[in-house]
Design a protein around this ligand. Structure first.
Ligand SMILES: *Cc1c(COP(=O)(O)O)cnc(C)c1O
Length: 381
């Protein structure tokens, strides 16, 4: 039972699609499937009607790297919002592609302050920000940052790994130029694909490069050859495309607003169930909390390593903190299929037993009944 901030349990429809027989990457049926994926990605990201979308054959980090590789040249000024480990990963990648990196930081467990971005925008070619910082459970104010960037002429790159597909994402309205996620996070598809979206403005910047991107595999022109012109660039992992298509369709059929409500309700149910044991929100300001990664401060004297080991023996995976938050917090994943009553019921049953807390499961059921009546009805029927 995966209750981690990624990977998430694979959606049953994606699992079935994965079993389909192999087709060639140049098969007309695969091109038709790819066209549907591209159109569904435009909806998921909220792009311009004709925006370029595609799947990269790699994980979310490849989506991150492709953005810097294609849109940054040596000597460019790149402002990176870094309030956690994925923001720092962005800064490291930008530097490897020759950028002069300006860091805007925030105290651990707090969101980036847009005023700090505004203060360092002068002469910047690109601003890069992680929407939901998985390492701390913090949601950064992307719409506010985007509004500042819009007037500056800089491109805006957004890591949407913990948000796109679970929350409405408005690439066009906000003015985002490059966004990416990973298949195994909010969409509950198998890992190995990075869905990207690229604005017209970003393509124009790419076209004006002084030298080709050093990353041949993810060259935007090469990707366009395959995804738009249907000529060979590299062999795409067709079986992963089948599964991804099914998972993304399931997400859009459920509806992004409904998924957004589901993840918030699950977070409240868990918080309400565990609060009497002494668990509390790690992120202090409610507006800074990332709904898809619930960061809970552990009760005083809680045996973090011991309890998580005992949970693992019952095949339940829970993630602790990283670096300074190790032993201090749990990060409970609520992306995609993990934000359902059943996986967390398994956790509550195990905790009731391990901690000797009678009533924990009953409290969970009551909270579910109060906050998620639509999700609990099928189980009662
Ligand atoms: C998981 C994650 C990534 C990296 O994705 P991988 O699939 O592990 O390469 C990047 N950014 C954020 C915010 C993530 O949570």
């Amino acid at each position: 039972m995966l209750l981690t901030p990624g990977p998430t349990p694979i959606h049953p429809k994606a699992m079935r699609a994965l079993m389909r027989g192999m087709l060639g990457h140049m098969d007309p049926e695969v091109f038709a499937l790819n066209r549907e994926i591209q159109q569904d990605l435009r909806v998921m990201y909220g792009t311009e009607p004709e925006a370029f979308t595609a799947l990269l054959a790699g994980t979310g980090s490849l989506g991150m790297e492709a953005g810097f590789a294609n849109l940054v040249e040596a000597g460019d000024e790149v402002l990176v919002c870094a309030n956690g480990s994925f923001g720092r990963r962005m800064a490291e990648m930008a530097a490897r592609y020759g950028a002069r990196v300006r860091l805007v930081t925030a105290p651990l467990g707090e969101a980036i302050n847009p005023a700090d971005v505004a203060a360092h925008l002068d002469g910047v070619n690109m601003v890069a920000v992680v929407h939901g910082e998985t390492s701390t459970g913090v949601l950064n104010p992307v719409p506010e940052i985007a509004e500042l960037v819009r007037g500056s002429g800089a491109l805006l790159t957004v890591d949407a790994v913990t948000t796109a597909g679970m929350e409405p994402f408005h690439m066009q309205d906000w003015g985002v130029d490059y966004a990416y996620t990973g298949a195994q996070k909010c969409l509950s598809a198998p890992p190995g694909l990075a869905p990207i979206a690229v604005s017209e403005r970003a393509f124009a910047r790419f076209a004006a490069r002084r030298s080709p991107t050093p990353l041949w595999y993810c060259d935007l022109e090469g990707l366009r050859d395959y995804w738009v012109d249907h000529t060979y660039h590299h062999t795409v992992p067709v079986n992963l495309h089948f599964a991804f298509h099914a998972a993304l369709r399931a997400a859009l059929d459920e509806g992004l607003e409904r998924r957004q409500r589901r993840v918030r309700a699950m977070g409240q149910v868990i918080e309400r169930t565990l609060a009497p044991l002494g668990f509390s929100h790690y992120v202090r300001r409610p507006e800074d909390r990332l709904p898809t990664v619930l960061a809970l401060r552990l009760p005083e004297g809680f045996d973090d390593a011991g309890v998580r080991k005992a949970l693992r023996e019952r095949e339940i995976s829970v993630t602790g903190g990283l670096g300074p938050t190790a032993g201090v917090i749990w990060r409970l994943g609520l992306m995609g299929e993990s934000a359902r009553p059943a996986p967390y019921r398994a956790l509550m049953v195990a905790l009731q037993d391990l901690l000797g807390e009678p009533g924990l499961v009953r409290r969970y059921e009551e909270a579910l009944g109060a906050l998620m009546p639509e999700e609990t009805q099928p189980a009662l029927a």
